[in-house]
Write a protein that binds this ligand. Structure first.
Ligand SMILES: Nc1ncnc2c1ncn2[C@@H]1O[C@H](COP(=O)(O)OP(=O)(O)O)[C@@H](O)[C@H]1O
Ligand SMILES: O=C(COP(=O)(O)O)[C@@H](O)CO
Length: 581
């Protein structure tokens, strides 16, 4: 249970403010997160890590000499937005490029990828790297689909130490890839976490049982077993990792490994030590030398009761990087060198980058903008009405935050759309402003995808022409193509794509047959509703729910369901404002 909070929606922001107040020796706040208080030494590659809140000390607690140069901090269990990541990276850039590092989650992949694109376009060389250490989240043959859990730390540390040693960006990336390929984690859980303000945990484990193969967002385990003794738990963890050695490590005997026994939030340190006692014995029996082991809370999940074991199979180079000094709020070892001259702080003052000019629009487009703004109003109201239910659907096999994220995004989009409309914007600009606000405020997978959808429709509508059924349909088709392109999901993967495709296709068919906008939209929305319900029979192949595929059978996909609710509600606006049907 998370007991101490004010407004649950403000929890992540308030926690970050308190963290900064307590750790000014190491960090300074910037828009979207924190950077090292002393800045990045000039000419050094900056490693910017990030992810959702709720995992402390990941990610802000790992910023400091020898470790990250900055951290982008998202809302609870949601990736930071591309805009947040961009501003943190610009503030951290020391002139030698930026490596953006994160755990492999759909939202993080989308937002960090978009941030890298924007940074590159602005002249800052930026690359991304996703950590994939959790062996329970996909088979070895599909290791690129694996999640990042406590293995984040040794991979971040290897890359950061390489940057600190003055290596150029390409070599820092190669170090990250090598460390990641040699890092494996496996975990067990005894109870789920309760998000601030939530009445119940994201999952429960029956008395006397444990979940095997935990996630760090309250995702239920992939299996369940009888609760073991501490020694049995240690045996399961060690055996699971020794069972899957990385390429280049033929046998454990004679090897050296960085070892992390990680508590997820409410397992006491003494319990961890009891488990580690047996872990250390087992590794020794297997002939593995544990190098500077860490036993404690390094990547958490609020109050989740669980523990994971991480091994990074070291070679000489990785051992040097693992044992290199570090000095951060939550992780310290050795003595770090005195800071060298930092690069000049590069964060632009908020709002100072470009003057906020609303592009010219024709009267016809400004009139259409009224409909667009009204649609955003209805979307926000619809999401608000269904937010709790969306969270419950998402909690079945995901992280339970779909309602929260959608509400943050839709509310921000509504405000941005209304403001732009009041300032005389055309339909395209209203939708672009709404898109940016949604993605920036919500973060997470759905934030990135809804930002993409609204942007694509805005592109099609523009600020000049009076939108027709054909331009609206073209915009929706474009949105559908873009979502498939950036997310990589296909129909049948149990995502919002299962609804977006029939919605776009029906709209196109009806429009080509001569239907007016509202009538075509009505039939497309009906197809969307049917398709959303049908996702209940699918097994998820993408996103957070994938490792828990069986659990999600019988429940529709959260993002598919919210999309269907939204397009149905928007039909009311089209009917009301155009009088068509
Ligand atoms: N690769 C993808 N392509 C399209 N949609 C996706 C993809 N991955 C996840 N989704 C959609 O995102 C929804 C979850 O959104 P959100 O709650 O923001 O997720 P998360 O908490 O995992 O970031 C899923 O229900 C699914 O519809
Ligand atoms: O949950 C996180 C990010 O993934 P999403 O896909 O945006 O939910 C975050 O807590 C870990 O980075």
């Amino acid at each position: 249970m998370t007991r101490l909070f004010n407004d649950p929606a403000a929890f992540a922001d308030e926690a970050l403010a308190g963290f900064v107040a307590a750790h000014r020796r190491w960090v300074r706040p910037v828009t979207g997160g924190v950077v090292r208080a002393g800045g990045t030494p000039a000419g050094q590659v900056a490693v910017v890590i990030g992810g959702g809140s709720g995992h402390y000390p990941a990610f802000s607690g790992l910023v400091g000499a020898g470790l990250a140069h900055g951290a982008a901090v998202g809302n609870v269990f949601a990736s930071p937005s591309a805009q947040q990541i961009r501003t943190v990276a610009k503030a951290a850039d020391g002139g030698a490029g930026v490596l953006l590092m994160f755990g492999n989650y759909a939202g993080d992949v989308l937002h960090f990828g978009q941030a890298a694109d924007r940074l590159t376009a602005e002249g800052v060389r930026a690359e991304t790297f996703a950590v994939t250490d959790d062996i329970s989240s996909a088979p070895a043959a599909e290791h690129t689909k694996r999640r990042g859990i406590a293995g984040d730390l040794p991979v971040f540390k290897a890359a950061s130490a390489a940057a600190e040693a003055g290596l150029p960006l390409d070599e820092v990336i190669a170090v990250a890839a090598h460390a990641n390929a040699r890092t494996r984690s496996f975990g067990i859980a005894f109870s789920g976490c309760t998000l601030p303000g939530a009445g119940q945990p994201l999952f429960t484990v029956p008395e006397g049982r444990m979940a095997v193969g935990l996630g760090i967002h309250g995702e239920p385990g992939i299996g369940e077993e009888a609760l073991p003794s501490a020694d049995r738990a240690a045996e399961l963890l060690v055996a699971s990792l020794l069972n899957e050695l990385p390429d280049g490590v033929d046998a454990p005997r004679g090897r050296r490994a960085a070892v992390i026994l990680n508590g997820l939030g409410s397992v006491k340190y003494e319990e961890l030590f009891v488990v580690y006692h047996r872990v250390a014995q087992l590794l020794e029996e297997a002939g593995v030398t544990a190098v500077e082991p860490e036993v404690g809370e390094l990547v958490t999940s609020f109050d989740m009761a669980g523990v994971s074991l991480t091994l990074t199979w070291l070679d000489e180079r990785l051992e040097t990087l693992w044992t290199a000094p570090a000095d951060t709020p939550a992780y310290r070892k050795g003595a770090v060198a005195a800071p060298t001259e930092p690069a000049a702080a590069a964060e632009p003052a908020e709002g100072a980058e470009t003057e906020d000019v609303i592009p010219d629009a024709t009267p016809a487009s400004r009139q259409a903008a009224e409909t667009a703004a009204a649609a955003l109003r209805v979307i926000a109201a619809t999401v608000e009405e269904h937010a709790d239910a969306l969270g419950r659907i998402d909690a079945v096999a995901g992280d339970g935050d779909h309602g929260i994220g959608m509400l943050r995004g839709a509310t921000a989009a509504d405000t941005a759309a209304r403001t732009a409309h009041e300032r005389g914007a055309g339909a395209g600009t209203v939708l672009h402003r709404a898109a940016d606000a949604w993605a920036d405020r919500a973060g997470g997978t759905s934030g990135a995808l809804w930002g993409t959808i609204l942007h694509a429709v805005g592109d099609a509508l523009g600020d000049t022409e009076r939108p027709t059924a054909a331009t609206v349909s073209a915009g929706v088709t474009r949105a559908c193509d873009e979502v498939r392109r950036i997310g990589g999901a296909q129909v049948g993967d149990k995502t919002m794509v299962d609804v977006l495709v029939p919605f776009a296709d029906t709209l196109a068919v009806e429009t080509a047959a001569g239907a007016r906008t509202a009538a075509a939209w009505d039939r497309a929305a009906t197809a969307a509703t049917t398709a959303a319900a049908a996702t209940a029979d699918l097994l998820p192949q993408m996103g957070r729910a994938r490792p828990h595929a069986e659990k999600s059978l019988g429940t529709p996909d959260a993002g598919a369901h919210s999309l269907a609710l939204i397009v149905r509600a928007v039909h009311g606006v089209l009917t009301d404002t155009t009088g068509e049907n």
